[in-house]
Design a protein around this ligand. Sequence first.
Ligand SMILES: [Cu+2]
Length: 520
Amino acid sequence: MHNNNPLNRRAFLGLSLAGTAAAALAACSPAAPDAARILPGDPLIAEYESRRVSSGKVVNQSLDAAPVAAALNGRAITTWGYNGALQAPTIRASVGDQLKATIKNGLGEATSIHWHGLALRNNADGVHGLTEDGTPAGGEHLYDFKLPHPGTYWYHSHVEMQRERALYGALIIEDPQEPLDYHRDWVIVLDDWIDGVATKDGAATTPDEVMKELSGGMGGMDHGSMGHGSTGSGPMPMGNTLMGAVSEYLGGDAGDVATPFHLFNGATSEDPAVFVAKAGERIRLRIINAAGDTAYRVGLPGQRITLTHSDGFPVKHEEVDAVVLGMGERIDALVTVQEGTTPVLALAEGKRQLVHGLISTGTGTGTGTPPLPASLPMELGGTVLDGGKLTADPAVVLAARTPDRVHEMRLTGGMEKYDWGINGHRFDMAKPFERTFDIRAGERVQLAFINDTDMWHPMHLHGHTFQIGEAGARKDAVIVRPGETVTVQFDADNPGQWLTHCHNAYHAERGMMAVVSYIA
Ligand SMILES: [Cu+2]
């Protein structure tokens, strides 16, 4: 899968140009021969990188992936994390900076880092099996790339279920000409946690074991009246599988996994994360959903928040009571700090669980006592939106253009066999080019995510920020509800091989993944 001969590739490029126009509009044109693919090692990738805006600054970051010991709700757990903590370093840089991140692999198996949401050079995208071979156990690897757009992003392992441990962190790219008016920001990383937590029978669970359990399918279980859109009697765990988690907002079945804890910046509600601020300060919350199987509904009870960005890109401001984030999504929201202690609530959508953090002025009288978790509301109503329902700021709306290329991606599969796929095909990372969605540089590409399943899926595209519909938000992950079609478009301006997949970690690993493949 590495370097095709650049001379051969260029010769092919010359020959194929004549056929481009005719082939471009075909929605289901046969897959190109692999020799035509612009692979991560192609000289074109370096050429595009040299054209990216440059600040001339370099930001260095070392990330040591290794076993980590931590305590959650009084229970000792061991997991895998970066730099010895449950919460990985937040990387901060500015647009045009060059990030040089060195990963040292202290795990017993290969690992990689994906820089989620960035339109970065393809050979730094960190997809084990597609854009790189992974860093072997004991090995070291340098990710070296320019940061093209400001915003709230994150990074995580892209090897099997590793992200479901603590191998993820925030990546904030500042805009030297930041137009948003705020005093400071608070990066909030939310996660559903299962790794190393003992189940009823006393054995510590790992994400791989949960994956194995789910993969057995539920064909033999009597679950027809639970979940899948029914209201039932509420979420009920069966082993590590969660039955009956229902969210009206998500159109039915909310999640598959019984998650014992939820984390807010590496902490549970028993010992919540605290942000100290002054009353009256405008704080930009940078909220990242790093979970594997949980959407979060985030809000401050009794106080409205103003949504300003989705997946790093600005949106027309919306005042809401709460915002829903699917896995992989980010939302930036402005909040004015009130005197005292204010909970920032993250409800696990459909799972009747919550986690919270606190904004504290540290000076309140009477209101200064943090609320007990049990006293926090289990509902956030009123005006509730998600990134997929927002409108792009005019500055980032794509110019109107008829698509040159249209691809349909039917989301398929279900809980019975746990056979999630795209167009009925379950992706196999050993054969990444088996059923590609081919595109060419310079095209306007339209993707239609058509959900044929009984469950919502947060669909993510690597290396690009698509636009929902004609003027919706610019995003790289979007909630697609059961029976719904979400149409997105983007300009093919970043050659390489890029995954698109459901950001439910379990769905992706079982096959709801595909490659959007640039061909010459
Ligand atoms: Cu999914």
